[in-house]
Design a binder for this molecule. Sequence first.
Ligand code: ITT
Length: 203
Amino acid sequence: MEMANKSIFKKIILATHNQGKIREFSRLFAPLGVEIIAGSALDLEEPEETGNSFADNALLKARAACKATGLPALADDSGLCVTALKGAPGIYSARWAEQADGQKDFAKAMAKLHRELADSPDRSAAFVAVLALVTPEGQEHLFEGRAEGHIIWPPRGDQGFGYDPVFMARGSTKTFAEISAQEKQNFSHRAKAFHALQEALFT
Ligand code: ITT
């Protein structure tokens, strides 16, 4: 059901090239009556993620997309923080999957995670997402969401993206790759951050 959109946001650039994020945000924004345009569809250049935190990198991506388009821009910087690895891969989650040819291979990134965890008894981890919304008038908003859970091995499921096949949310018996997109929305870091944004800017 579409809700009345009383906010000033009718059209938002989604500053991402990650198709998994685009699918999830399209579903989250659908009831708000906001037109979402993916940065990848506009061939927007991706800034180098030189920040030291999710927030820094999210702001960097949102500011670049806002500047390039003159429209409000939303960026998501996210990753998997594993307790026994002192928070790694964290902001380097995408980079752990990068291959020499520039392609990403998450089967390899998950295998690396498994190797580094070795026989550590602490399998706890959290997915973290920080959303930055930047407007052409210079407003900047940040929202964070976390999903607590643990790492399993071997990977299970073929839905979702990235590290979903090795992450199980607390209280669930299925990985994020074994549940539907609709169900993932009930637990996910991205959905939690989105709901904080919705509450602050759309209610
Ligand atoms: P953009 O910068 O273009 O948005 P990206 O994939 O490079 O795309 P990030 O720098 O934020 O995005 O990297 C986040 C990585 O963390 C992402 O590539 C996934 O591997 C992982 N990740 C984040 N959210 C996830 C989720 O819901 N499920 C699985 N993996 C996730």
